[in-house]
Design a protein around this ligand. Structure first.
Ligand code: SF4
Length: 513
């Protein structure tokens, strides 16, 4: 087996994933755009160093200098160092470039530890020793001025040598464990965030669930937001029925209601009416149902923007003027904005948004903190619009609030010890089976199961935020019919977000009437 850095890091995250990939693989769609972005940032970062040269595989350099993509081999291991500095005193410095900001740097301790282990052993034959192991990452406070990038400011270097040296015994153990994987037996691994992220399930999930005796649906795994699911599984509580019988008191309101609806086959919404009336009384007409889509640029592209700043590139807006409005009336009052994918569109967006959102009435957004954060960033980048933008912030009402729940992981501290449930805010005011999360993409169809027009699966090309961002990035390279089609589908996607909000809001009004 050839042990590369990515194989090693994958093993540290989940040995079962590596076992399946090696001995019983399923096709992988992979996240190609993330890999391409990583390569782009790696190449960009080289000019942080003066007089760097490319590593020559056929004639490896050992003289003092700065080398990009230096490859080392040691026993059955191989790693490629993004930037390697060979100093005059026969020491070397390793630099791993990652497209992250400084807050995320500890995530890469495994990568750098593996590199240090391989390089420090490989360079012994060359009469060299490793002096430092560093992570190069973005400085999130850097503000691009629209001219030449100041790479010494854009990137930061974190010396991780001490943490890496402390970790070396663990690295050796893990490498040995990887070598000793039994081709006939897949290891049992705990379910973690690697099994399910926002939009994707691990392709081996059904196999792993079967190993624990879990059913495909309504098992401990599907207990949404329950970070304690492994404890339930270890205790033999595999089905929702078992969990409800033995752990009812520990369940969040959301999970308890969800299980009760499933066990009792409840088809109608479960509503906390008084709290819902109170929530709805905060909303003032005219109502603006508003949704942003934003793209996060790792290397800032527009003047007055920062690494990883979310740049809103699109919005959809539906307007309801009075409580007597029907859905049809509201659908007719639709406004939207979409940048062209090439120019800095932010000032046009601000001007149109100020005009479209008027001076009075509630602005309803779903998970409104996303929209308010973007507006605060626009104020920071375009202070000349502060007077018009700032009053918008107080008008926001979050439509997610009635469906919200306390995720179970809030009840555990970092050591995994149970904490008291947070008090205060009334949550899960409305639950409708089979709503499996409080995302608008689940809530809309759950509350109106007969409405196929609310099903995001029926859209073309763009079905969720990540695809909207990919589509926006493609716009600049498309022309003609292909570009027109993509634009049409981007607009349809964002429009469905605000249309779903309108349908959900009207449904809430019905529930209290
Ligand atoms: S489902 Fe989870 S435990 Fe199983 S292979 Fe995937 S990441 Fe690992």
């Amino acid at each position: 087996m050839n042990i590369t850095k990515s194989l090693y890091v994958a093993f540290t995250q989940c040995p079962a994933l590596v076992w399946n990939n090696l001995f019983n693989p399923l096709p992988d769609d992979g996240n190609k755009s993330r890999a391409i972005e990583g390569e782009r940032v790696g190449a960009f970062a080289r000019d942080y160093f003066d007089n760097w040269e490319m590593y020559d595989f056929y004639n490896p350099q050992t003289r003092p200098g700065v080398y990009a993509e230096y490859i080392f081999e040691y026993k059955d291991m191989e790693c490629r160092v993004d930037m390697l500095v060979i100093n005059n005193d026969k020491t070397v410095d390793i630099y791993e470039v990652k497209s992250v900001n400084d807050a995320d740097k500890d995530k890469f301790l495994e990568d750098i530890s593996f590199q240090y282990y391989v390089v420090s052993n490989a360079v012994k034959n060359m009469g060299l020793t490793v002096k430092t192991a560093n992570l190069m990452h973005f400085n999130r406070d850097y503000v691009y001025d629209g001219k030449k990038y100041d790479l010494k400011q854009l990137f930061m270097v974190s010396d991780m040598t001490n943490q890496v040296i402390e970790r070396l015994p663990i690295v050796e153990d893990k490498i040995n464990a990887l070598r000793n994987l039994d081709p006939n037996t897949c290891p049992r691994c705990p379910f973690t965030g690697n099994c399910k992220d926002q939009h994707n399930l691990c392709r081996y999930l059904d196999r792993c669930k079967a190993m624990y005796g879990l059913t495909k649906e309504h098992s401990a795994f599907e207990l949404y937001g329950n970070a304690n699911k492994m404890k339930l599984i270890e205790d033999g509580l595999l089905t929702w029925g078992q969990i409800y019988s033995y752990r009812k008191a520990e369940l969040s309101d959301f999970n308890k209601t969800m299980i009760e609806c499933y066990l009792n086959n409840v088809q109608s919404p479960v509503v906390k009416k008084d709290e819902l009336v109170e929530y709805l009384s905060k909303i003032k007409y005219p109502i603006y149902f508003f949704d942003f889509e934003g793209v996060q640029e790792t290397i800032p592209v527009y003047p007055n923007s920062r690494p990883y700043e979310q740049i809103p590139f699109q919005y959809s807006l539906h307007i309801s003027e009075s409580i007597d409005d029907t859905e049809e009336d509201i659908m007719k009052r639709h406004k939207e904005f979409l940048g062209n994918g090439v120019d800095d569109h932010r000032e046009d967006l601000i001007k149109q948004m100020i005009q479209d959102l008027g001076d009075t009435g509630s602005i309803i957004a779903y998970h409104a903190s996303y929209e308010t954060k973007r507006i605060k960033e626009l104020i920071q980048d375009f202070p000349q619009y502060k007077k018009q933008l700032e009053p918008l912030l107080n008008r926001f009402v979050d439509l997610e609030e009635p469906f919200h729940y306390h995720p179970e992981h809030h009840f555990f501290n970092k050591k995994g010890e149970r904490m008291e449930k947070p008090k205060g805010k009334a949550l899960t005011l409305v639950y409708q089976s089979p709503m499996s999360s409080c995302s608008i993409k689940d809530v809309g169809p759950a509350l109106s199961p007969d409405r196929t027009d609310l099903d995001y699966h029926n859209l073309e090309q763009v079905h969720h935020g990540t695809e909207a961002v990919d589509a926006y990035k493609q716009l600049k390279s498309l022309t003609g019919d292909e570009r027109d089609k993509l634009i049409k589908n981007m607009l349809k996607y964002c429009c469905l977000d605000t249309k779903s909000m309108v349908v959900v809001y009207l449904k809430l009004l019905k529930l209290i009437s």
